[in-house]
Design a protein around this ligand. Sequence first.
Ligand code: F6P
Length: 342
Amino acid sequence: MTVVGVLTAGGDCPGLNAVIRAVTARIEGGHGSEVVGILDGWEGLMTGRVRPLRRDDVRGILGRGGTVLGTSRMDPYVHGDGYASVRGTLEAHGIDVVVVVGGDGTLRTARRLAEEGLPVVGVPKTIDNDIPGTDLCFGFDTAVQVATDAIDRLVTTAESHNRVVVVEVMGRTRGWIATYAGIAGGADAILIPEVPYDLDEVAEILRSRQRRGIRYSIVVVAEGIPPPPGSRATTRPRDVFGFERLGGVAYDVAAALEERTGFETRVTVLGHLQRGGSPTAFDRVLATRMGVHAADLAAAGETSTMVALRGDEIVAVPLDRVDDEPRRVPFDRYDVARTFFD
Ligand code: F6P
């Protein structure tokens, strides 16, 4: 009988529990095999912390944020010696294949382990929606909903006070959350890493709105845009996957806009609010479909693969697709948002 391990690694994201539930139910009920949950991501695989997962263990978690298995930034290639540091746990618990739910850093580690012999099926997750090979990642819809709700609220307070509000959203080096939440919230300007920006043009939009008697403006800023010229220099720490820890560029954008316009400006950095809490119905369904498909691939021995959404279908793509560059927001999508920068 095949024993399937499942782990969640890297930053958390709404929908992880839906995947864990789906893998467990499909493996136990659909394939009559066993699942073991690996705790705290790669750390559990390196230190032998695993527990059996039965269908009854995963009841009631579909709508819960976070991950019941825990997660960490521990990595077998940074904190251990690769495959050798996980082999002991695999052998001790008879784990035949591991379903790895993670972002691009985690999936790249999974790809390296697969090259060394670990049978792996990847499930892409991130609120940033930038993993290559899949049209969408679960977690993104929830993050966009949280950011949109925030923008709706900021509009009413900005209007009451005749202010500009600069809202910073996550997304790392890509502007998916900014573009989608900006469209959904009716932003008056959106700055994303994929499109060079000019703060003089943004300032002119804000002035023009004031001239027309519109008492507020909302500027959505993706955390990964380059800081405006003349901003305070920052050296940012990096995580174990080499990613910069971002956050705070909205303060520089707000200062530069206030200086140009003289309008009273406030900043809201949404941060981890976008990652916590219950997944939307859309993310629950997407995560469940991906989990079921990953379980089927694992049971069939179709490893070194990653599940992906293509159009409306869940498919398997080679795990090495994760080495492609992070998916950019296509310009036509940004162009839709730009229509309303007035
Ligand atoms: O990749 C998801 C993400 O939430 C990014 O949008 C953000 O830059 C980063 O993770 C934050 O990571 P951490 O939880 O380590 O602060």
